[in-house]
Design a binder for this molecule. Structure first.
Ligand SMILES: [Zn+2]
Length: 291
């Protein structure tokens, strides 16, 4: 009888210690992430007018799906799913901290990408902007000051976009033939605004792979978010500059490996205009089949 009691006591103790270890593990995990803090050296007037991504973002997925269905030719979140191509896109640059590092990696890997630039930053960091163009990347319109366009008038939003368009055109010789692409700050847009920008010649470019790098994630987390969600024709969202206090070092650190892994899987890296061209061609073929 006594032996049975002591056995029982030993078992209880074992369970207790096992629980203790598991619990400690749970508590330890959040501390493992080392957050390198980078001084925010962007002057205040160059900050994101609508506030940091982390405070404004949260665009519901359902609404993106609605817009894709409503405006298949205007609102684009991915390309032709039969082509093994992906487009890397970088928002909110240029700056003189993260954008040059991203450009170095892209150059080293011989990959062309698309930068959705903020006009006033392109104006201030003109040398970095010039690099984007000279090194064969595509620049898209991400407004002049990065406001939340749902909270300003259509006229003001149009002015933000046209001012940026003028600046971008000054960089590209073939500005007349350039496909006009626009990405809305924080991804926030509604049908009225999609139609409005469509009417002035823009394609609205969303994404179907979000690195969530604006949350200041580690390289490992950024890699996982991208690589686990990539499919043929994916448009991948990363950032090449941040808002107040945003640390993108994880995103920069992840980039080389993201490129290597996708290259090894046979993906070709293209700019968003090529994704658009492929998609239009595919849609045309599909329509022909229906006739
Ligand atoms: Zn943005």
């Amino acid at each position: 009888m006594k032996i049975r009691y002591s056995l029982f006591a030993v078992m209880i103790l074992a369970v207790f210690f096992a629980l203790l270890t598991v619990k400690e593990d749970i508590y330890r995990k959040p501390q493992q992430k080392s957050k390198i803090s980078i001084p925010h050296n962007m002057s205040e007037n160059l900050d994101l007018a609508g506030g940091p991504e982390r405070e404004v973002r949260g665009f519901p997925k359902r609404e993106i799906v609605d817009l894709i269905t409503m405006y298949p030719d205007l609102f684009i979140a991915s390309g032709d799913s039969s082509e093994k191509k992906v487009a890397l896109t970088f928002d909110d640059g240029p700056d003189d901290v993260f954008t040059p590092q991203i450009l170095d990696i892209l150059k080293d890997k011989n990959v062309k990408a698309t930068f959705f630039v903020i006009g006033k930053r392109a104006d201030s960091f003109s040398e970095v902007m010039q690099r984007i163009v000279d090194e064969g990347h595509l620049a898209g319109n991400h407004t002049w000051s990065h406001p939340n366009i749902m909270k300003i008038s259509l006229e003001d939003a149009k002015e933000e976009v046209l001012k940026t368009e003028k600046l971008l055109n000054s960089y590209y010789k073939d500005s007349k033939d350039r496909v006009k692409i626009f990405r809305s700050p924080y991804g926030s847009i509604d049908p009225k605004r999609v139609e409005f920008f469509g009417d002035i010649g823009y394609k609205i470019i969303s994404w179907n792979v979000d690195s969530l790098d604006w949350k200041g994630l580690s390289a490992e987390e950024v890699k996982t978010n991208v690589l686990e969600n990539v499919v043929n024709g994916s448009i991948i969202l990363q950032h090449s500059a941040g808002g107040e206090g945003e640390d993108l070092s994880g995103s920069v650190e992840a980039l080389s490996e993201i490129i290597e892994v996708l290259k090894a899987e046979g993906f070709e890296f293209v700019t968003v205009d090529e994704i658009l061209k492929d998609k239009q061609e595919k849609d045309r073929q599909d329509n022909d089949k229906l006739k």
